[in-house]
Every structure is written in structure tokens, then in C-alpha cells.
Design a binder for this molecule. Structure first.
Ligand SMILES: CC(C)(COP(=O)(O)OP(=O)(O)OC[C@H]1O[C@@H](n2cnc3c(N)ncnc32)[C@H](O)[C@@H]1OP(=O)(O)O)[C@@H](O)C(=O)NCCC(=O)NCCS
Length: 185
């Protein structure tokens, strides 16, 4: 039997504190499958997200995106963001728009919320550009390095190769140094 493309799924938004143990176990498995040797049995890499969008096929978690709601400083302005974390889709359900759907749902929520920009660190440009994200022209960024679940140091680095943003209401990104006011998701 060839590779099966699955289109039937449902998506649920869940606050992090409501995620029960069986669902957490499935999230660990999904993250491990999609980001091998990274999560070390946790549902998060650096820190818990505030909420997640979970995609289910029946009772099985087949995709997810975490969202970190915070303020950051960019070009001297304080802006409110939804940071998108650890977006992934299980291989059997890829290529049918599930990741794009998760991004759209986050965008729709931002559109009715007090949020200025969606922000993510991405290495799959084609997916994010197709979904309206753009690289920022300059991204000298400061953040709190967390390693092995321990605060480590402050890092400052140019992240323009991976720092992607999408305005929620058409505003332009305030160019200039970026301070994540916390860990880098
Ligand atoms: C990247 C990932 C989330 C994409 O999920 P998906 O549900 O298949 O994505 P979509 O179907 O919404 O893709 C939409 C478009 O994005 C592009 N795209 C998606 N994944 C891509 C990839 N790995 N490489 C290049 N382009 C990609 C394609 O243009 C695609 O359109 P097409 O199917 O018409 O060609 C999935 O492959 C995955 O989980 N990969 C492993 C984890 C990962 O790398 N996550 C992203 C971290 S930044």
C-alpha cells in the first residue's frame, strides 16, 4: 500500500495547564518523531508554551503548534506577540495543509486578540513564506539562553536567517535591535 494522505482531522486549542497525562504522552511522542534527540522526554524544549493547537485523527495527536504569548522589544517599541513554537505534523498527515491550517488558526485568534505580530524561528522558509510570513531586515536579537532546563546566559546574535514575522493588522515591523525579554522559542 502506498503512502496514505490523510485529510480528516480536527483541531483543538488547549491551555497548557489543561493538558492531561495521556495527551502529554502523545505530544512527547509526536515531538520526538519530528525533532529527534531534542526533547528528552519533555513536552517542551525550553519552557512551557501558554497554549497549543492540537490536531487529532480520532483520538491520536497528529500535529501541534505551541503558542507563547508575550511582549518583546523591537526597534525601541514594545510589541505584543504570539510566538509559534515546535510546529510539526506526523509524516502520514503531511502535505495536505495541516501545518498551514494550524498557522491560520493562530492568526485568526490573534486577529481577535490584543496581539500585534506572529513571530517564529523557522527553517522551512517555503512553508512560512507561503503562509505570509517574512524575514525581518535586521534581527540583532538578545535572549536568555536556557540549556538543559537551566538559565545559562544572555546571548545576542543576528537571527535574520530564521526570524520570521507576520503582522496581525498590517503594521510594519519596527526595525532595530530585538529583545525577546526571555528565552528564545
Ligand atoms: C514542516 C511541516 C510542519 C509541514 O507540515 P505540512 O502539514 O505538511 O505542511 P503544509 O501541507 O501546510 O505545507 C504547505 C506548503 O509549505 C511548503 N512546505 C511544507 N513542508 C515543507 C518542507 N519540509 N520543505 C519545503 N517546503 C515545505 C510547501 O510549499 C507546501 O505546499 P505544497 O504541499 O502545496 O507543496 C512538517 O513537514 C513537519 O512536521 N516537519 C518536521 C518538523 C519541522 O521541521 N517543523 C518546522 C520547524 S521550523
Amino acid at each position: 500500500m502506498g503512502r496514505k494522505m490523510k485529510r480528516d482531522y480536527r483541531v483543538k486549542r488547549v491551555p497548557e495547564y489543561e493538558i492531561d497525562a495521556p495527551t502529554a504522552k502523545q505530544i512527547v511522542a509526536l515531538l520526538d518523531e519530528n525533532f529527534p534527540d531534542t526533547f528528552d522526554g519533555r513536552t517542551y524544549f525550553k519552557q512551557l508554551p501558554h497554549f497549543r493547537y492540537l490536531a487529532f485523527d480520532g483520538e491520536t495527536v497528529i500535529g501541534q503548534a505551541g503558542v507563547d504569548h508575550r511582549v518583546i522589544r523591537a526597534g525601541g517599541k514594545i510589541i505584543r506577540i504570539f510566538g509559534i513554537v515546535d510546529l510539526c505534523v506526523t509524516p502520514t498527515h503531511r502535505g495536505v495543509g495541516l501545518a498551514s491550517n494550524l498557522l491560520k488558526q493562530i492568526e485568526n485568534l490573534a486577529a481577535v486578540s490584543n496581539v500585534d505580530f506572529l513571530v517564529l524561528m523557522g527553517d522551512v522558509d517555503a512553508l512560512y513564506i507561503a503562509n505570509g510570513f517574512q524575514h525581518v531586515g535586521s534581527a540583532m536579537t538578545k535572549w536568555l539562553a536556557v540549556e538543559e532546563v537551566e538559565s545559562f546566559s544572555l546571548i545576542e546574535r543576528d537571527l535574520s536567517y530564521c526570524f520570521l514575522v507576520k503582522p496581525v493588522r498590517g503594521e510594519s515591523w519596527p526595525l532595530g535591535p530585538i529583545d525577546m525579554l526571555g528565552y528564545l522559542f
